[in-house]
Design a protein around this ligand. Structure first.
Ligand SMILES: C[S@@+](CC[C@H](N)C(=O)[O-])C[C@H]1O[C@@H](n2cnc3c(N)ncnc32)[C@H](O)[C@@H]1O
Length: 318
């Protein structure tokens, strides 16, 4: 279930707000000290498992400066004090949404989709796939389209794609299923015709995912660093692509440990192009092309103690 979106704190009216003076030295509206950035890193790591590297300092400033403006605050220290003191889920949600990176595309890392298409007809039906960092929806919809192509319209009707992400803002966009034509122009004419409705009039230049595709996908908020995902089902395939790169090794190991019981026997785990789980776990082995399978179905293998004991970030960070 999508998290209920509590109303955001209304921004103070422009008239009661004292605009902070822009620093001539930094060109910034707000003072942003190394201590502020260190605190942000610590908080987002605790909230979402995300390890922010040094070069994300400017990104953190500009994304969170919007929160300061929205709250009518004048310093980062004050904002972070409030975030911690109030412990308001809506502000934590805004803080987390601001610091995620949501880059994605339809049929991104395209070599995975023929593998999925070849895999699903051989599975006991109905098949279920979990897309665990779904961002704005392009990935779970690409999975749903692949299921329809591989199983046929009627075969795919029973199939399901659970699409989750920590970021509630991207999930809202994903649920709408509306995109710029530019985002789909690289797809074949057959796919465009079969899976998208073309916008007209005020919606010219836009496309919408067809209801048959949309019907296969269920969107929910889920934090991969949560102790219990509250998922009471198993999956034929889990897509966990281009999110583990933001996590340090101990966090990656914890996530993989939680995936183990959620895989059906013989299930596949799809990773992003720069993600290598071989160094993190012995529970999954590489099958080829960044696709993994359980080493022992039934969950005998365990996540590497090396990884869980490591206290330093892996160095592969956001
Ligand atoms: C770069 S996007 C990747 C999207 C898609 N999987 C792909 O490969 O195109 C990373 C996504 O991971 C999500 N994310 C980051 N931390 C997360 C967490 N702790 N739990 C769930 N999702 C998370 C972000 O919100 C973002 O949408």
């Amino acid at each position: 279930m999508m998290a209920t979106r509590a109303p955001r704190h209304p921004a103070r009216a422009a008239s009661d707000r004292t605009e902070p003076a822009r620093s001539a030295e930094t060109g910034r509206d707000f003072e942003f000290t190394p201590a502020d950035f260190a605190r942000i890193r610590d908080l987002i790591h605790r909230a979402a498992g995300i390890s922010l590297s040094d070069h994300k300092r400017d990104m953190a400033y500009s994304r969170l400066a919007r929160r300061l403006r929205a709250r009518g605050l004048e310093t980062f220290r004050h904002y972070l004090d409030l975030l911690e003191a109030e412990n308001d889920p809506a502000e934590w949600e805004a803080f987390t949404n601001a610091l995620t990176t949501n880059l994605t595309a339809f049929f991104r890392e395209a070599h995975h989709f023929p593998i999925l298409a070849e895999f699903v007809p051989r599975r006991a039906q109905p098949v279920s796939v979990w897309c665990s960092a779904a961002s704005t929806g392009e990935e779970p919809y690409s999975i749903a389209m692949t299921l329809i192509e591989a199983l046929g319209e009627s075969g795919a009707r029973q199939a399901s794609v659970l699409a989750t992400d920590i970021d509630t803002q991207v999930l809202a966009k994903a649920e709408a299923g509306v995109y710029q034509f530019d985002q789909v122009k690289h797809l074949s004419p057959e796919r465009l015709k079969r899976f998208f409705l073309k916008g007209t009039g005020a919606h010219a230049g836009m496309v919408k995912v067809r209801p048959e595709v949309r019907a296969l996908v269920r969107f929910e908020q889920l934090n991969l660093t949560d102790r219990d995902y509250q998922l009471r089902t198993q999956f034929d395939a889990i897509f966990c692509r281009n999110v583990m790169i933001y996590f340090d090794k101990p966090t990656q190991a914890q996530v993989l440990t939680r995936f183990e019981p959620l895989m059906k026997p013989g299930g596949l785990l799809f990773a992003g192009h720069s993600e290598n789980f071989t160094y993190v776990t012995q529970a999954f082995r590489l099958r080829g092309q960044t696709v993994y399978e359980l080493t022992r179905d039934g969950g005998g293998a365990r996540t590497s103690s090396r990884a869980t004991a490591a206290s330093q970030p892996s160095g592969v960070v956001a």
